[in-house]
Design a protein around this ligand. Structure first.
Ligand SMILES: Nc1nc2c(ncn2[C@@H]2O[C@H](COP(=O)(O)OP(=O)(O)OP(=O)(O)O)[C@@H](O)[C@H]2O)c(=O)[nH]1
Length: 326
């Protein structure tokens, strides 16, 4: 069976609402990618070296990341040679297939949150300011409550960014959950400590902790995260069960570089890629796989509360490439 046919069949078997969200959220990326690919196919009667060079550029412009582009293009070249393919129009299916296979290969694909076997689960949210951490905490809390039926609380550990505490408190009110806060400019770790204490007292299942994206410098940030981790471990020995790094997809390769830096200062268990609907360069997922090999657990496909979706490789590839499928 051809790859396009198999991916279409896989999509049909999934939630129609989620399929719609993926297609709508990846619309900008898909339109840009497809129109470039179709224009390329129209310019070349036969596949040659120049064709591959242009193909590389299209993938790089989609934020796929240079190493990953080389791997994909090498694989496509092999396939072209092996099957003696001349017509560029035949290549679209191979590209989508290779993106899928290369991402899936050796990847940790789990998107399930790692909950504590018993007692409190602690989720630490990290990432630079403006990545969408606060909004993501609101959306994630909603998701955990709706889908996993857990009692959730939040702790406003970003005491550095003006407004972050209020913003989280507004989300908590909207969701009808408790938000533990401290003073703006106060000690973030003490907010986390209070949050852990309150969550235990209130028998919450999950505590989601906001953290500051920017302290004075990298060492300061590292020390603060170390301190938070120490406090969490003292109260919840297996915690934090998740440290989710929030990356803004519209920042492209900068965002990927930030992620690499973050992964050096603290252990990241999963990535949340926000604002995928706001970028025309949806290839960033592949770049993250290449640079970090940390699972993308959730992607933000819009501003609505239910627009945070579990990352699904089939729906992602379909969302990005469906206009190529004809
Ligand atoms: N379109 C779209 N907008 C998003 C998404 N995620 C977050 N946003 C928006 O991005 C903006 C910034 O998000 P916030 O959560 O406020 O992030 P921030 O307060 O700037 O900074 P941090 O909380 O430190 O990350 C808000 O307007 C959000 O609505 C998404 O997936 N899609």
């Amino acid at each position: 069976m051809g790859f396009f046919k198999s991916i279409k069949e896989a999509i049909v078997g999934k939630s129609a609402k989620t399929n719609e969200k993926y297609v709508a959220g990846l619309d900008k990326s898909s339109e840009t990618f497809s129109s470039r690919m179709n224009a390329l196919a129209a310019r070349y009667r036969e596949i040659d070296d120049n064709y591959f060079e242009e193909l590389e550029n299209i993938l790089i412009m989609s934020d796929v990341g240079v190493n990953m582009v080389m791997t994909i293009v090498d694989e496509i070249k092999k396939e072209v040679r092996l099957n003696n393919i001349k017509d560029p129009r035949e290549i679209n299916e191979i590209i989508a297939d290779k993106m899928f296979v290369i991402y899936a290969n050796d990847s940790i694909m789990t998107t399930k949150l790692n909950y504590a076997k018993e007692g409190l689960t602690v989720i630490l949210m990290v990432g630079v300011n403006g990545a969408g951490k606060t909004t993501t905490i609101g959306k994630l809390a909603h998701k955990i409550m709706e889908e996993d039926h857990k009692k959730v609380m939040v702790a406003a550990g970003d005491t550095f960014r003006a407004g972050a505490i209020d913003q989280l408190a507004v989300w908590a009110e909207r969701l009808g959950i408790e938000c533990v806060t401290g003073k703006e400019g106060g000690d973030p770790s003490s907010v986390i400590f209070d949050g852990l204490k309150r969550a235990k007292e209130a028998h919450a299942d999950v505590l989601i902790c906001d953290t500051a994206g920017r302290l004075q410098n990298k060492v300061g940030l590292m020390k603060e995260l170390e301190k938070m981790n120490r406090i969490i471990k003292r109260e919840v020995p297996d915690g934090p069960q998740e440290t989710l790094l929030v990356i803004d997809a519209t920042t492209g390769q900068n965002g990927v570089n930030q992620a690499v830096e973050f992964s050096k200062i603290t252990d990241i268990t999963g990535i949340v890629l926000t604002k995928m609907d706001g970028t025309a360069k949806g290839g960033i997922v592949l770049s993250i796989k290449d640079m970090l090999n940390i699972p993308v657990k959730f992607i933000g496909l819009g501003e609505k509360i239910d627009d945070l979706q579990e990352f699904d490789l089939e729906q992602y590839i379909y969302g990005l490439c469906h206009d190529l499928m004809g």
